[in-house]
Design a protein around this ligand. Sequence first.
Ligand code: IPE
Ligand code: IPE
Ligand code: MG
Length: 261
Amino acid sequence: MASGADKLLAFYAAPPADISLDEVDLDRLPRHVSIIMDGNGRWAERRGLDRSAGHAAGVDSLRETITACVRLGVGVLSAYAFSTENWKRPRREVELLMDLFATTLVAELPLFHQEQVRLELWGDLSALPAKTYATFCRGMDETAGYSTMTLALAVNYGSRAEITRAARHIARDVARGILKPEDVTEEALAKRLYTADVCDPELLIRTSGELRLSNYLLWQIAYSELYVTETLWPDFDRWELLRAIRAFQGRERRFGGVSRG
Ligand code: IPE
Ligand code: IPE
Ligand code: MG
């Protein structure tokens, strides 16, 4: 059987001119990479296709990125798939997306088992169509014991809703006497976010060139390094991920301290 190193070299064989595996330090990888997967609609429109064709093409990018992160040894990959604001889109686009989530997850479950990837969902799942909800629950149940990597999908996720929900849980616990007001710390709040059991993202990537956060992980990205690429999500691939990691490794993270240089 091929070793992890062999699999990694094979996966990253035949590099393009500007980037190769040698340019990233495998001992200094971001422990958590998070991606705002944007640009599916534009990708499709440029080809004269329906926006939904862009979402379908985006699935291939996510699959490739999951495999790349597993091969590299990234501990957590998270991805913004549907925001609390995305319900404003045409009903047909929303329906097709919800369907795509369900059918894709069923089709991709063997990959989760093969690579031992644990699935986590962030967001209010109770508002999702029954089939999508059931599929997500099945995916989480079947993969709960895996620890090679965590893949977290943010679906019907909004950061303000998440923080509001955490504040409500804290208020309830204080009212019940489980928590004292002086115990309302940053840790107490963080424990009540969807992201409670993963570390904060070290690298946040947004595709398609938009310079905004669109209500994503406002609390958790306090000190994340940001990387925006013009590449549209369906064109994102293993090499684009390496470029982002190379940029991350070239940054000096100061966390409010002074420069070491
Ligand atoms: C991101 O692509 C996918 C979702 C938000 C579900 P978009 O659909 O936002 O693509 P653009 O930004 O319109 O190109
Ligand atoms: C952010 O993209 C949400 C997801 C990627 C799921 P949007 O396309 O919804 O963001 P805006 O509307 O351009 O800010
Ligand atoms: Mg968009």
